[in-house]
Design a protein around this ligand. Structure first.
Ligand code: B12
Length: 293
């Protein structure tokens, strides 16, 4: 598995990334039970991205001079705004979700496309995104996490969703004079669908959108923003991988936003919301949804 795809980290890597010692991490685990990593059969501890982030936050609070008790309390207060993580209203998943799962499990791409199209026609785009696409993707993630689906099932199903959403996006044309938004996944970030959905929603509201694919180079972001000069730039990180791979990334993006004062820069997605608990950008807006843009 390549470095950027790796969902778990060994204690040595956790230590490297957080700046803590391995001994410290083990001590915090036995004394405070904040992070209780899973163990492999050979007893090795394995940490998730979220674990790493929590450790880094605790270290940052300790470095500020807080006691461990204060740091833990602050951590509890700093849980990200729950509204960022929840859909705005509780919407019941459509019956298509189960059918999509059944088709995705056996890699039936034609049936997946057909079901997506049918659900979109039945509910209309806005409701379809909420009651079919999002719960389907959520369910795929749960199945993958539970080990019931492998990465190929996740990849094939999500690719069909991505292709379908891209196809619908192309059907909207708001003309060259509409306000222009440029959307990027961050470097090392391969989750494009969240950004695609966001841009589709903006298109429905009359914007002109351009989406740059998964994991662009930082320099491409810099160049494209300068060349295209959009009204708004959206930066998306579903995981915290971009910030782990490039510790300067957020600072560099913040500088980029500072340089282009007439362009509004928004950063969002679960990974960005997690990470900006730790480092608050000054010139980028940390945003939750279309409503913030
Ligand atoms: C599809 C998928 C993939 C596909 C992506 C395909 C593609 N081209 O997009 C592939 C197979 C490539 C993939 C890879 C990986 N994935 Co994946 N993936 C998913 C899955 C199933 C769906 C993601 C998705 O599209 N969600 C739907 C959208 C709508 O969700 P959303 O986050 O709510 O999106 C909204 C907001 O985030 C917000 N938003 C997003 N960006 C921005 C920006 C701004 C400015 C604003 C305002 C708002 C905003 O708006 C969006 C639209 O409303 C999720 C499961 C899940 N629960 O999400 C896992 C999931 C995200 N993946 C996960 C993991 C671990 C990985 C991998 C590390 C391992 C793996 N599974 O192979 C790699 C990482 C690769 C990388 N470097 O990025 C984890 C992440 C856990 C974590 N906390 O980090 C999840 C949650 C699965 C799980 N349950 O564990 N994945």
């Amino acid at each position: 598995m390549s470095e950027e795809n790796k969902p778990y980290y060994f204690i040595r890597e956790a230590a490297e990334w957080t700046g803590l010692t391995e001994q410290n991490i083990r001590k915090w685990e036995s004394r405070y039970q904040i992070i209780e990593p899973r163990r492999l059969d050979n007893g090795y501890r394995i940490y998730t991205h979220d674990d790493l982030l929590t450790l880094k936050l605790l270290k940052a609070y300790r470095d500020e001079g807080q006691s461990m008790k204060q740091a833990i309390q602050q951590l509890a207060r700093q849980q990200p705004d729950a509204s960022f993580f929840q859909p705005s209203a509780e919407i019941e998943p459509s019956p298509y979700v189960e059918q999509l799962i059944a088709s995705g499990a056996v890699y039936n791409e034609e049936k997946l496309s057909f079901l997506l199209k049918k659900s979109n026609h039945e509910y209309g785009l806005d409701l379809f995104l909420q009651n079919t696409v999002q719960p389907f993707l959520q369910k795929i993630g749960d199945l993958w996490e539970a080990g019931e689906w492998d990465e190929s099932q996740e990849t094939v199903s999500s690719l069909v969703v991505k292709d379908y959403l891209t196809h619908i996006t192309r059907n909207y044309n708001n003309g060259p004079h509409a306000r222009h938004v440029l959307g990027f996944c961050l470097p090392y970030e391969r989750h494009e669908i969240p950004l695609l959905i966001l841009l589709l929603r903006l298109k429905m509201k009359g914007w002109r959108t351009t989406m740059i694919g998964a994991s662009p180079k930082y320099t491409s972001i810099e160049t494209l923003v300068s060349q295209i000069q959009p009204h708004v730039v959206l930066l998306s990180a579903t995981t915290t991988i971009p910030f782990q791979e490039d510790e300067q990334l957020l600072a560099n993006l913040d500088q980029l936003a500072r340089k282009h004062t007439h362009i509004n820069f928004h950063i969002g997605g679960r990974g960005a919301w997690e990470y900006t608990r730790l480092f608050k950008p000054k010139h980028l807006h940390v945003s939750g949804s279309v409503a913030d843009i």
